[in-house]
Write a protein of this length. Structure first.
Length: 355
């Protein structure tokens, strides 16, 4: 087993498109909270309630929301923030002026029977219509067509991202959860690293990260580079990187099982502390009690059987560096999620990714 190495910086001009962000760890946080609560260890982490930030979605969005179709199903939007402020200031080349984007977005559909979860990744470069949104300062942001999906968080915050996904899909979002760079790194380091196996060389000259084929144990910083790698892997696109993100999520859960972390109260506390320090949720989930109750309701869900789908997209005809939602595949996908039905194979085909 080898350790990952960082490549020396190159002087050549970097490609125009920026690296995406990837944080696929919220299931881990929820599982940790379930086991802590079930073990009667609330007194060990009562202070963690203060770590969690929240947003009142109903207040921020108003009545412009789709109705719930299947009462027992749950839809959770997981966002990965690329903020470099505060605890993130020394990550990914440091602070970039206080801006942040939701470069990772995954809509998790949890069916009424709490069986197989479906996770739909929304590519960051997708051109969408942003609905009218209310910013944090109360200013109204007018609707606008053909905006890049990951820019919405920057200009209007997470509630507007939720509103955008609801309007483009017709799926009612029950909850949203956001984790930032520091939260991701902290969770990996609390585990003592995560082991991944690669079959091809990764050499990301822009991110300064090199990984030879084989098995490697990555620390938090290296893991962050791994899930954000684009230019040194596959076809170099944001679409191809989604596979690395999904691979890492499963590898992290495997690491927990291998270490028997769930049987170690001290380790569980470390994981919960790391996760909640960088956690933002909707107001209905903004307490350890609510998070644990929600996680208990998903106790029968096996993350290793999760179905991962990329939103079907096609390259934009005007700007080939961007993608647009592919039809009728996307409509079929959203319809299946709304009605809590199995996603048909035809809805999983993405023209921009050879599917």
């Amino acid at each position: 087993m080898t350790q990952a190495t960082e490549a020396p910086p190159r002087s050549r001009r970097a490609p125009r498109r920026r690296k995406g962000r990837a944080v696929r760890v919220i299931l881990l946080v929820l599982l940790v909270l379930v086991l802590l609560a079930g073990g009667g260890l609330w007194w060990l982490y009562s202070h963690l309630n203060g770590n969690i930030d929240s947003v009142d979605l109903d207040k921020a969005i108003g009545d412009n929301r789709p109705k719930k179709v299947v009462a027992g199903a749950q839809n959770v939007l997981v966002l990965g923030s690329d903020s470099r402020s505060g605890a993130n200031g020394d990550l990914d080349h440091g602070d970039v002026g206080g801006t942040a984007r939701s470069d990772t977005a995954m809509l998790m559909h949890i069916p009424e029977g709490r069986s197989k979860v479906t996770a739909v990744s929304i590519p960051r470069d997708t051109l969408v219509t942003r609905p009218e949104c209310r910013k944090k300062d109360g200013e109204t942001l007018p609707s606008r067509k053909r905006v890049m999906f990951n820019s919405i968080y920057t200009v209007a915050g997470p509630a507007c991202v939720v509103n955008t996904v609801e309007q483009m899909s017709g799926v009612r979002i029950d909850h949203f959860v956001e984790v930032d760079f520091a939260g991701f790194k902290g969770l990996v380091d609390a585990l003592g690293g995560v082991t991944v196996t690669t079959t091809e060389r990764i050499h990301d000259t822009k991110g300064g990260f090199t990984l030879e084929p084989g098995t490697h144990k990555l620390d938090g910083t290296q893991s962050l580079k791994f899930v954000r790698t684009r230019y040194g892997h596959g076809d170099g696109s944001d679409l191809g990187r989604i596979g690395l993100q999904q691979q890492f999520m499963l590898a992290m859960l495997t690491e927990i099982k291998k270490q028997d972390a769930f049987g170690n109260p001290a380790r569980l506390y470390q994981l919960a502390d790391a996760g909640t320090k960088s956690l933002t949720t909707d107001s209905d989930l903004a307490s350890l009690t609510a998070l644990a109750d929600f996680a208990k309701s998903m106790k029968g869900v096996d993350a290793n059987t999760m179905e991962t789908i990329m939103l079907p997209v096609a390259y934009d005809k005007v700007d080939p560096n961007r993608v647009v939602v592919a039809e009728p595949q996307a409509t079929d996908l959203w319809s299946a999620l709304r009605e809590d039905k199995k996603v048909p194979a035809s809805a999983k085909k993405s023209p921009a990714h050879g599917g």
